[in-house]
Structures are given as structure tokens and as C-alpha cells.
Design a protein around this ligand. Structure first.
Ligand code: IMP
Ligand code: MG
Length: 190
């Protein structure tokens, strides 16, 4: 089944949908602080640029940047791989590019979730052509059950089951990004 159980059973969006908390705002904040401290230790004296992958990573990137006690700059890269469904087509499109060159700089890609890994595979290949000094990945979430390619995650927040999650920046058809916690949509029988 292409989508796996966690997504295939999500039907049309309705006003009756509930979101069950999976990771609380406090749990997320504590882990983001730990990742920030680790990144702070690893990038001492280096010219660090965070590349926030839009849209889903904007909340994680904002919190992570404030947990890193180093001079850094932030760039945004608009990527789209999903449309409004919950399936990846494997086709990634750049919807908005970096504003500054990253040649000779240490790039830390900030991603919300590594699912099939196809987005990251594309992104790594694309960034490599821009000659950065290094490229590492910080991902808030990883769903190993759905991996289609291997992805090395240097800084990982949480590994989760094969469920479709929303909140803390992640959407379902552009909704739920503003939830302060991470949750799973539960649909009541109509
Ligand atoms: P991948 O290319 O399949 O690894 O997909 C990565 C992108 O798909 C993420 O950056 C998200 O925008 C989106 N995505 C994957 N899984 C979920 C989910 O459970 N909830 C919301 N968005 C997701
Ligand atoms: Mg999305």
C-alpha cells in the first residue's frame, strides 16, 4: 500500500477532526535545547549558516537558532514535495532559493521530518554543487519505517512510528502548523 497505514486511513478533512498529542511543547523544547547545545559545541569558530527548509521547518528552525549560542546566519529554502496530499511524489521542486552563496561556509540543513528521505537526497545533491565547506543535517523527526533511501541525520530530535503528524510547523493540507505541540489527527466516524 503506497501510503502506509498512518496516512492511508486519513480521509477528507472535517470539522470533527481531533489532534491527539504525541510530543508536548515542553518535551519538544527540552530536546531542541539539547540539540542546540550540541551544535554550539560542534561549530565553535566556524562560519555557520542554517538552511531552513520551508515551510514545515520554520518553527523548529526558529527555536533551534535561539538554542545555538554562536554567531550564525539563516537562509530559507522553499521546497515542495507533497502538494496537499499525504503522499510524496518523489518529485521535489525549489519554490524559493537561498539569497546568499554558501560556498566555503558550514551549512546545517534544518528539516522538520525525514520520511521517505527523497527530499533530503535531492537537497544534499543540490547543495553539494554550491561548494560549501560542509553540509550536515538537523531533523526534528525521523520515520524510519517509510525510508526509501538512507539518510544520515547528524542531529536528530525524535524517531517516531509510521503515523502522519501535524503541529510545530508540520501541516496537513496547510492546516495545523500553528499547534504548539506535535500531534496525530484522529478522525471520528461520520
Ligand atoms: P520525504 O521526502 O518523504 O522525506 O518528505 C519530507 C517532507 O514531507 C517533510 O519535510 C514534510 O514537509 C512532509 N512530511 C512527511 N511526513 C509528514 C508528516 O507526518 N506530517 C506532515 N508532513 C510530513
Ligand atoms: Mg508538508
Amino acid at each position: 500500500m503506497p501510503g502506509g497505514p498512518g496516512r492511508a486511513n486519513l480521509g477528507a478533512m472535517s470539522n470533527q477532526d481531533r489532534v491527539e498529542s504525541l510530543l508536548s511543547a515542553e518535551t519538544l523544547a527540552a530536546r531542541v535545547r539539547e540539540l542546540g547545545a550540541q551544535i554550539t559545541r560542534d561549530y565553535q569558530g566556524k562560519d555557520l549558516v542554517l538552511v531552513c527548509v520551508l515551510k514545515g521547518s520554520f518553527v523548529f528552525a526558529a527555536d533551534l537558532a535561539r538554542a545555538i549560542d554562536l554567531p550564525l546566519s539563516i537562509e530559507f529554502l522553499g521546497l515542495k514535495s507533497y502538494g496537499d496530499s499525504q503522499e510524496t511524489g518523489g518529485v521535489v521542486q525549489i519554490t524559493s532559493d537561498l539569497t546568499k552563496p554558501v560556498a566555503g561556509r558550514h551549512v546545517l540543513v534544518v528539516e522538520d521530518i525525514v520520511d521517505t528521505g527523497l527530499t533530503l537526497q535531492y537537497l544534499r545533491q543540490n547543495l553539494a554543487t554550491r561548494n560549501p565547506s560542509s553540509v550536515r543535517l538537523a531533523a526534528l523527526l525521523h520515520k524510519p519505517a517509510r525510508a526509501r533511501v538512507k539518510t544520515d541525520i547528524d542531529y536528530l530530535g525524535f524517531t517516531i512510528e509510521d503515523v502522519f503528524v501535524v503541529g510545530y510547523g508540520l501541516d496537513w493540507a496547510e492546516k495545523y502548523r500553528n499547534l504548539p505541540y506535535l500531534g496525530v489527527v484522529v478522525q471520528e466516524p461520520q
